[in-house]
Ligand binder design. Sequence first.
Ligand code: DGL
Length: 283
Amino acid sequence: MPHTLDPDGPIGVFDSGLGGLTVAAALAAHLPDERLIYLGDTARVPYGTRSPGTVVRYALTVADFLRARGIKLLVVACNTVSAHAIGELAEGQTVPVVGVIGPGARAALAASKGGDIAVLATPVTVTSNAYRRAIRRRSPGRAVHQIACPLLVPLAEEGWFDHPATRLVVQEYLAPLADTKVDTIILGCTHYPLLRETIRATVDALIGPHVALVDSATATAEDVGYTLDRHDLRRAGPAIAPQICLTDRPRRAAEVAARFWGGPALPPMEHVDLQDQTSRDKT
Ligand code: DGL
């Protein structure tokens, strides 16, 4: 890793859309002195139902964009990209890269009392087996159940957190876990933490209240802190509002972004073009 990285530079946070703001919020809470630049590829979301090759191609263009903005570290907040493209991203980067799969697996093993672990994720994340591998690397032979839940992304974006349709869909997806020894469930997608209450209620009824629900956000923020320390890249402050860049202005972008961010008001969002890498206007 070159020694030319600037500790005052921003941390780049990348997601296929707005869901990664759940990870950005955890970063802002854990590392309040750091500058964040968030890129949501809203023009091409969802990634979770695309082929792995397309996910890699999209990820490399986003990484180029953030690198051109002078980032000192790249956080891949998207589970789908972390599952399929983390190797390619790390290869091409001159900055440290932190994904969400390893931290999520670590959080699950910390919460588990030795039972089975279930992973709820996009179809492409499930196909990659990345969570299963990350868990078994740390706990060989552990039973890991993976369930693709593609309908949960649009339901979360629609704000249907506690809606009969969401409850029905969650029950359908979780039904295969009824006769398992699952004691921990990973919410392995940026959007699922918003549906936590509905998932919790379904899990309580289906398996029991002893089952822990974990997501990657806090564990990822901790990993970023360790990585900054390792490379001597901590920023001294003062705090600066995050910069949010989107490749398209989806309907109700500000409202949906506020849901995922969950904290104080977000600054205006920039509309950017990954082709010419220029900032065009503000939403
Ligand atoms: N950000 C994606 C993930 O965490 C979910 C949305 C999508 O499918 O692009 O896997």
